[in-house]
Design a protein around this ligand. Structure first.
Ligand SMILES: [Zn+2]
Ligand SMILES: [Zn+2]
Length: 178
């Protein structure tokens, strides 16, 4: 639902969200759309009032609003719309359906966006390709390819988010290289 906020309150929330490197909460996004809508037939209005919207129409309205804001509005207004744009881009990304290689690991997705191997427990990030949004590549902390899976269940790393014992010397996974 749209929130009942004054403009300074909304601006403070948007700035904090950006400072934390996070994306807008859906209710905040709907509140921004409610400020910027240009009529009850608009996709902004539909999103603000119901949460549903026509994506193509909404993206056209968003680019119009951004063009107008950059011509006339202040930095807080522009930030509101920039963050709203990021919100919609993130909403609509397709799932990653193919990877170049799993390097022998049997990856499962963790809740926090990481992938961990059922066999060895090594954890990597699945990074979406910019030129191929449904493609991804498993990546170590330094951007390298993963090491191949040892196949050694004795190497199991523990649970995602907590390092269990010493890092493994020959592993470049996110557990062992941070
Ligand atoms: Zn593995
Ligand atoms: Zn490791």
């Amino acid at each position: 639902m749209s929130l009942d906020l004054t403009t300074p309150q909304l601006n403070a929330i948007v700035r904090d969200t950006q400072d934390m490197g996070e994306e807008l909460d859906t209710n905040v996004a709907r509140t921004i759309a409610g400020y910027w809508h240009n009529g009850q037939g608009s996709a902004f209005y539909a999103f603000a009032s119901s949460g549903h919207y026509d994506r193509d129409v909404l993206l056209r309205e968003l680019s119009d609003a951004i063009a107008m804001a950059y011509a006339t509005a202040d930095a807080d207004d522009r930030l509101q719309l920039d963050m709203l744009g990021t919100y919609f881009v993130n909403r609509e990304l397709p799932p990653i359906t193919h990877v170049w290689s799993s390097f022998g690991h049997r990856f499962i997705s963790e809740d926090d966006g990481y992938e961990s191997c059922l066999t060895c427990g090594a954890m990597y990030k699945l990074v979406r390709r910019t030129d191929d949004p449904t493609g991804g590549d498993y990546t170590a902390a330094n951007g390298d390819d993963p090491m191949a899976c040892t196949g050694d269940t004795g190497m199991i790393h523990g649970y995602a988010g907590e390092v269990d014992g010493e890092p493994h010397p020959d592993c470049n996974c996110l557990f062992c290289s941070v």
